[in-house]
Design a protein around this ligand. Sequence first.
Ligand code: S5P
Length: 449
Amino acid sequence: MVGVIPAKTGTVSSKDYEDLVLKLHDIQAVKFGEFKLKSGITSPVYVDLRVIVSYPDVLLRVAEAMWDRVQTASFDVMCGVPYTALPIATAMSLQHGTPMLMRRKEVKDYGTKKAIEGAFLPGQTCLVVEDLVTSGASVQETVAPLEAEGLQVRDVVVLIDRQQGGAARLASQGLTLHSAFTLSFILDVLVAAGRARAELAKNAQGAELFRLMARKRTNLSVAADVESANDMLALADAVGPHICVLKTHVDVFDTWTPDHAAKLQALAAKHDFLIFEDRKFADIGNTVVMQYGGGVYRIADWSHITNAHLVPGPGIIDGLRQVGAPLGRGLLLLAEMSSKGTLARGEYSAGVVAAAEANQDFVMGYISVSPASWPGGPGSPGLVHMTPGVQLSAGGDALGQQYNTPASVIGERGSDVIIVGRGVIAAQDPAAAAAEYRRAGWEAYKASL
Ligand code: S5P
């Protein structure tokens, strides 16, 4: 069987547990959002494990992860709690040869009238198998009829401990709770894997960027402001392993052909990065339709991401969307700029934020400088913040550019992605410089999670 945790004991590694969390998220057994639990408490995570019966590989891994947790417990039989935990208990029983019992959900007033089905002897010990524990109350509903039949219950195993007092409540009744996962472990794994923000992103490129950053462990975008298209391609190949996004200004090259575009796309696929043509559209909707989809550059054909100023008003988003949305593209709005004396601030920036929030199907995020200090904070977590004006030491250039460090941009100013141009391209060894910026940026990003 492929992708199955070996049926040995004590061999489920922490990496296996992390992979299983991601699997559970893949099959939507675990989802993000605001959910009201039975208890009335609001939770950021919704768990519904009933779906695992449709994924036998996941079901088996769940069973093995739970079995792994009860290696210190001893028991003669197991009892699955209907309905969700029954297949899990069955899988554990089949894999390890421990007999199983079933508790009836309702004791029927006809037929055998048994509360517990299966063969057992009074005095035997029974492990209770549940999918979730919240307060511990529902476990009690299973333990009582088992004890009424003369079975001894000392241990309970669950896939997920929601950490809402269940362990303590069970302990007060002499029961030891074993769990494959706590809810906070699940949250940590999903956040570290970029799943939370990817799931909240409504634009496909935005979601992809969050996933890409997590799988490649980089939040570095290199601004490929070099002299020619061929130099740009050479740079893309050199820094490709270190970046999540390659940012271009193809209108500075003296030639740009569909062949250059195709080569850039091939490099993006080879190194797993997104292409961002930093076109900074700023015209009325009707004009940007022509500029984005046509002309010499045909940007929408090859660039995953582009950006725009909101000076003309929301019509520019509608125009760009008309061209980019059918191609699955994403748009960044310039909410702030890194340059000295920028007019993109205050009320203007607030207007950009409102437009981004309202157009998240196509707008994937911002070019921003200090989103943490915005009146409403950085805004929706599904939107990404990309920040230019980054070098390893603060300062500026002769034409008004202002630099902050990766640690400041990510850690203090609340951005997600550092955009680095001359810090990388003017270095002796751009690939080595990219590696260094990547390290600094990712360290700050990880700490911010
Ligand atoms: O506010 C901005 C927005 C952008 S996209 N300030 C910027 O500097 N940029 C771009 O980021 C700019 O066009 C250039 O490509 C890059 C910064 O390059 P660097 O060499 O100063 O790092």
